[in-house]
Design a binder for this molecule. Structure first.
Ligand code: NAD
Ligand code: MG
Length: 385
């Protein structure tokens, strides 16, 4: 395998830093060509000094002088600002984008990469939730792969390797259930940020950790799966599997089920996406069949975790509804992280925004952008009250 130049968009995050661990462990296979971050200039600088990329971009322009000064005397080009992140994505100096920015902010850079025919290793699920039809269509036009990094979708992708045109009957997305599995609304109403930020099986960025606690994450993943694997609403099932050993499953037309298993470690799907179609040897801990010895499955409690029910509704309705759901959810999660609203209020914000913003059945890209803005403004207005 020739050396692949990886552009990591969101290099300072949970996914980004783990991707750099993979690159550091496989210097003959990968280089870091572009690194971008929003605010963490200190980490971005130390990553740049260590990996010597071609380009770094800091989103927050106030931090540009610090980054520029620290990297003076190197050959690394330094840029700043939101537009510069997009422009970096459009530069023809890398072989694959790792889309690891969190939230809607990841959409435009990913679109730019697709436009110049760069394969995408996709961690940023919100991109597909917001505009999955357009992303998949453009990727098809450019004949570039979108390889999932999200562990469930990586599992399904791995199960599909070698299946050619064999039809999928359904997929089963597994969910850990999050830290509040089995809890009821009378408990959830009092949940505070610090408690919600503790996930039992995965260590992740703040936004996805909250989404995992509310089960919105699994809802976003249902929508992500629909687009990645071209499925209908009825073909996507969620099962709670608290041990997080089976990362997801595919059931084929003959009833046969394939599962992908392993200990929960995001480095595995990250390196799989970066190295596909090859696998890379590593010394990550292996699953011992006695720890845990029992794998269990149960239906999600969508009456308690209503965010999942709302996401299922958005998936069923289609159009711009998932975009509305996503925008309201981003506003709600950040308000919860700032202690402005309670745990269950997040669902209220999403539900009311979905009821308010005009439904569009077949939105253009511009209409997705507009929908996102409108939904954000309305969701924010609910929080100010
Ligand atoms: P994180 O918060 O740890 O990191 C986010 C990265 O994006 C950082 O580098 C940050 O600087 C950058 N960023 C944040 N806001 C930005 C903005 N407005 N513009 C440009 N850059 C911005 O997030 P994470 O946990 O690494 O998650 C990244 C993405 O991967 C998310 O979409 C998440 O759903 C997905 N994902 C994460 C995991 C995980 O284990 N962390 C698992 C599956 C999927
Ligand atoms: Mg996941």
């Amino acid at each position: 395998m020739s050396q692949k130049r990886i552009a990591i968009f969101g290099s300072t995050g949970s996914i980004g830093t783990q991707a750099l661990d993979v690159i550091a462990a496989n210097p003959d296979l990968f280089t870091a060509e572009i690194l971008t971050a929003q605010t963490n200039d200190t980490l971005l600088i130390s990553q740049a000094l260590r990996f010597n990329p071609n380009i770094v971009v800091i989103g927050d322009e106030r931090r540009y002088p610090a980054v520029k000064e620290a990297l003076a005397g190197t050959s690394i080009k330094v840029f700043a600002g939101e537009a510069a992140i997009e422009e970096a994505a459009a530069m023809d100096c890398y072989d694959m984008m790792l889309a690891a920015i969190v939230g809607y902010a990841g959409l435009r850079p990913t679109l730019r990469a697709i436009e110049i025919s760069k394969p995408i290793a996709l961690a940023n699920k919100e991109t597909l939730v917001v505009a999955g039809d357009i992303i998949m269509r453009k990727a098809m036009e450019k004949r570039i792969p979108i390889i999932p990094v999200d562990s469930e979708h990586s599992a399904i992708f791995q199960c599909l390797v070698g299946e050619g045109r064999n039809k999928i009957e359904k997929i089963v997305l597994t969910a850990s259930g999050g830290p509040f599995l089995g809890k009821k609304p009378n408990f959830l109403v009092n949940v505070k940020k610090d408690h919600a930020l503790q996930h039992p099986n995965w260590s992740m960025g703040a936004k996805i950790t909250i989404d995992s606690a509310t089960l919105m994450n699994k809802g976003l993943e249902m929508i992500e799966a629909k687009w990645l694997f071209n499925l209908s609403y009825e073909q996507v099932q969620v099962m709670v599997h608290p041990q997080s050993i089976i990362h997801s499953m595919v059931q084929f037309e003959d009833g046969s089920i394939k599962a992908q298993m392993g200990l929960p470690d995001m480095k595995l799907p990250i390196q799989y996406a970066m190295a596909f179609p090859n696998r890379i040897a590593n010394d990550f801990p292996r699953y011992d069949f006695k720890k845990p010895a029992t794998l269990t499955f149960e239906d999600p409690d969508i009456k308690t975790f209503r965010n999942l029910a709302l996401a299922m509704e958005a998936l069923r309705l289609g159009g711009n509804m998932p975009c509305i759901l996503n925008a309201a959810n981003e506003i709600a999660v950040y308000a919860f992280l700032k202690n402005r609203i309670g745990f269950l209020d997040m669902t209220e914000v999403v539900e009311q925004t979905m009821a308010k913003i005009a439904f569009i059945e077949n939105p253009t890209l511009e209409e997705y952008f507009e929908t996102d803005g409108e939904a954000r403004n309305f969701a924010a207005s609910l929080i100010h009250m």
